[in-house]
Write a protein that binds this ligand. Structure first.
Ligand code: PEP
Length: 253
């Protein structure tokens, strides 16, 4: 019998939004969530770190979860400007994204570092969304599956289970570009990720682990992507900055 995985619809606000925007976005989503009886999806917003506390309070009681976009590997110490996973947990976050391609490219984050961050997050009691994905050059060179398998192998935290870890497949060429993976392209990679997860975590955990698609998902293309057999939700950047667009995507799940 096929395993049921509750779709996770996660909004990555990136470095966008002031307090007034967070009020409108988080507040607007909380209102929609309150009206929807028992949604078939889990909704998560990942605002910039300084807005986390505000958002945790704005969505309190709505069922919407709040997550961070990054964390440090250490629990505390001399790391100016960084944020620990234990502080995120203490503030009321449920999730943290690690290894987003913008962190990998802008900050030179390696698989090893991503894995260490993910392990720090699990230790702190957070769930992790581990991002992987190939560049256009790698896709054009026929390396897509190898690159994703390798990133997954090296970034997956020790102790990963279906309930504490989510994988986000985000082709780098599709992030913020308006170019979206075709359903065939997405399903091919998601199915390869699922096979690798089963090998690493055991068949049952691998089957239950959610694998999100990310990369220019919007209200027009969401349904097609979200209904693919191995796509269990989305990590959404641009379209998560509009209550209507983000909610329409979630509804499509
Ligand atoms: C992202 O930031 O993870 C992302 C997928 O962005 P966008 O939806 O804007 O492509």
């Amino acid at each position: 019998m096929a395993v049921k995985r509750k779709p996770l619809i996660a909004g990555n606000w990136k470095m966008n939004g002031l307090t007034k925007d967070a009020r409108a976005l988080a507040g607007g989503l909380a209102k929609r969530m309150a009206k929807s009886k028992s949604p078939a999806f889990e909704l998560l917003i990942c605002p910039p770190a300084p807005l986390l506390d505000f958002c945790v309070n704005a969505v309190k009681g709505s069922g919407i979860k709040v997550g961070a976009q990054d964390c440090h590997t250490a629990e505390a110490g001399a790391h100016t400007g960084d944020v620990s996973a234990s502080l995120l947990r203490d503030m009321g976050c449920g999730y943290v994204i690690v290894g987003h391609s913008e962190r990998r490219s802008n900050h030179g984050e390696t698989d090893k570092l991503v894995r260490a961050k993910a392990e720090a997050a699990l230790t702190a009691g957070l769930k992790v969304i581990v991002c992987i994905g190939e560049t256009l050059k790698q896709r054009n060179a026929g390396l897509t599956l190898n690159v994703n398998r390798q990133q997954l192998r090296a970034s997956l935290p020790a102790g990963a289970t279906a309930s504490n870890t989510v994988i986000a497949y985000e082709p780098v060429w599709a992030i913020g570009t308006g170019k979206v993976a075709t359903p065939n392209q997405a399903q091919e990679v998601h199915s390869a990720i699922r096979k690798s997860l089963k090998r690493k975590m055991g068949a049952s955990e691998g089957d239950k682990t959610r694998v999100l698609y990310g990369g220019s998902m919007n209200p027009s293309n969401a349904a097609e992507l979200l209904h693919l057999p191995d796509v269990d939700g989305g990590l959404i950047g641009g379209a998560s900055l509009s209550v209507t667009d983000f909610w329409t995507i979630a509804d499509a799940a």
